[in-house]
Design a protein around this ligand. Structure first.
Ligand SMILES: [Fe+2]
Ligand SMILES: [Fe+2]
Length: 180
């Protein structure tokens, strides 16, 4: 069993992961509309990844006898000036999610729910990777400035990164299915 406080905090994180998925969907659509097929593909893959993050928590809470609540989603307002601005928003969002995972971890330890705290370790590690990837992409885009040729190459690279990301998602889902 989980305590009511842990249940509530996990449900809040479920909502944030679901919102992340929608946010990246809006960003992917912006990139698609503005002629960045690679960035768009990477963001669509990111949408799928956030959905997996949400689902993992749904399964976990159910496994622990908690009640999952799907609350109303906030609307997604997508305002982007350019590709730098978009990836700056990606990084800021991932930093926000890292802080929220840390806060959730804190709730679990205060409630002496060490199983949940242990489970959240996966998310803590995942956030290191999420932030680092976003920062890496942002640095590259900043380097090119507004140079069209540079942006074209980065977009191509993001397309390749999307293929790798999708393969990793399929592999992690297969591993999760084997484990259950
Ligand atoms: Fe996430
Ligand atoms: Fe994320």
């Amino acid at each position: 069993m989980v305590t009511k406080k842990v249940e509530k905090a996990i449900n809040e994180q479920i909502k944030r992961e679901e919102h992340s998925s929608r946010l990246y969907l809006a960003m992917a659509s912006w990139a698609e509309h503005n002629g960045y097929p690679g960035a768009s593909d990477w963001l669509y893959a990111q949408t799928e990844e956030e959905r997996i993050h949400m689902l993992k928590l749904v399964h976990y809470l159910n496994d622990r006898g908690g009640v999952v609540v799907f609350s109303q989603m906030d609307s997604v307002e997508q305002k982007c000036k350019n590709l730098v601005d978009l990836f700056l928003q990606v990084l800021k969002h991932e930093e926000f999610i890292s802080a929220s995972i840390n806060a959730l971890y804190d709730v679990c330890t205060k409630e002496k729910d060490f199983s949940s705290a242990n489970y959240l370790q996966w998310y803590i590690n995942e956030q290191i990777e999420e932030e680092s990837t976003a920062r890496g992409i942002l640095d590259k885009i900043k380097l090119t400035g507004e140079h069209q040729g540079g942006l074209f190459l980065i977009d191509k690279e993001l397309g390749a990164m999307a293929v790798t990301k999708r393969a990793a998602l399929v592999a992690s889902q297969a591993a999760a299915n084997t484990a259950t």
